[in-house]
Ligand binder design. Structure first.
Ligand SMILES: *Cc1c(COP(=O)(O)O)cnc(C)c1O
Length: 392
């Protein structure tokens, strides 16, 4: 049997391992110098003034909501198709996520629907750079300014991407990254917020450390035991050996993104003559970081059988994502339900993510496409075509 190809995975080399081991032999396993080093490096890579490193992308989203003062009664607009954490972070703060529909050919948040969903309670918009393509930030910024809202970028898919020659990290008030192993660079678990806002950064630094105003090293330097807890925070700290891994990975980011783009280009070429699948569109004014490579099946009735067939063939396809408001938690606690975002539901029924990660070889890309073709032949693509609804 051929090797299983997951939809995403990390690349760890000997130098990554050595950088972690070096920190394990040092005095600081956590709250040491590597944390600030990674914060500066990521912020400067994106052209942002501040970076705040935390224990996960989810913690970073939570910190962002705290920094913006989201609380009970507040609404935050999020896209229907995203990982659940994008909406959950609003709920952690007692706020209400409001789901905006996505655009059919990119699955990026639809600015027109964002505007329709704004009420007197709306405080912020979280845009998600789905699959690695930056959203339409000029339009989102215009809407945010017009209504006095904060704009947050959930850029967990798009580290290294850019929009109109501006790097992801400079396009929103707060930009959130994840360093989970399937993302562009990894620290095992980890995340970061980058921002130009000094006060926002200070609030998030406190938030990750119980809401305490100073950290351990600052107190050592000031020769004092006293600390003041000024907000209610969490322990969302990231360790120094994780940040050392992050530093080592960051040096390879450009190469990782380039390889992802090459793989996507190969998929684009090879899939062009498969009538039963259609790729997502990429806007002309962006560079795409390709966290995911998503295709849509013409016949949405075969998605489940295609998923099973490809898994049987050791192709680790996946589906990103179930519209968040269809999860039982949101139905039960927020009264959401099917029909709310029709484009999202329609597209959800046909999407499937193919393997993409820097170590995927050209031969493996060819194998994925061949197995996809064979599966389509076996299962029969167009027999019971769903009237080609929104399929053009
Ligand atoms: C991965 C991801 C997150 C959460 O990141 P973790 O580091 O796993 O907590 C949030 N939003 C999106 C869109 C993601 O892909």
């Amino acid at each position: 049997m051929n090797k299983f190809l997951p939809y995403g995975r990390h690349v760890i080399d000997e130098d990554d391992i050595a950088s972690v081991v070096e920190v394990l032999r040092s005095d600081w396993l956590t709250t040491g110098p590597k944390v600030g080093e990674l914060e500066k490096a990521v912020a400067s890579y994106c052209g942002a003034r501040h970076g705040v490193a935390v224990s996960s992308g989810t913690a970073a989203l939570h910190a962002a909501m705290h920094a913006l003062g989201i609380g009970p009664g507040d609404e935050v607009i999020v896209p229907a198709i995203t990982f659940v954490a994008t909406a959950n972070c609003v709920v952690y703060q007692g706020g209400t996520p409001v789901f905006a529909d996505v655009e059919p050919d990119t699955l990026l948040i639809d600015p027109a629907d964002v505007e329709r969903k704004i009420t007197g309670k709306t405080k912020a918009i979280i845009a998600v750079d789905y699959a690695g393509q930056p959203c339409n930030y000029d339009t989102l910024r215009e809407i945010a300014n017009k209504h006095g809202l904060n704009l947050v970028a959930d850029a967990c898919h798009s580290l290294g991407a850019s929009y109109k020659r501006r790097k992801v990290g400079t396009l929103a008030d707060l930009t959130v990254f994840s360093f989970h192993p399937v993302k562009h660079i990894t620290t095992g678990e980890g995340g970061m917020i980058v921002t130009d806002g000094e006060e926002l950064a200070a609030r998030m630094r406190r938030f990750r450390n119980h809401g305490i105003a100073t950290d351990h090293r600052q107190r050592e330097a000031q020769r004092t035991w006293r600390y003041e807890m000024v907000d209610l925070g969490f322990n969302y700290r990231i360790s120094d050996f994780q940040c050392a891994l992050g530093m080592s990975q960051l040096r390879k980011l450009a190469g990782f993104v380039e390889r992802r783009q090459e793989i996507a280009f190969r998929y684009n070429q090879k899939l062009a003559n498969l009538d039963e699948v259609k790729r997502l569109l990429v806007s002309e004014n962006v560079t795409h970081a390709y966290h995911l490579y998503v295709v849509r099946l013409r016949n949405n009735h075969i998605r489940t059988s295609m998923f099973k067939e490809l898994r049987d063939r050791n192709i680790g396809v996946n589906v990103h994502y179930v519209p968040v408001y269809l999860h039982p938690f949101y139905r039960n606690c927020f009264g959401t339900g099917s029909g709310q975002c029709q484009v999202a539901e329609e597209q959800y029924s046909r999407i499937i993510s193919l393997p993409i990660y820097p170590a995927l070889t050209d031969e493996e890309v060819a194998r994925v496409v061949e197995e996809l073709r064979l599966s389509l032949t076996k299962i029969g693509g167009s027999e019971n075509n769903n009237e080609g609804k929104s399929w053009s």
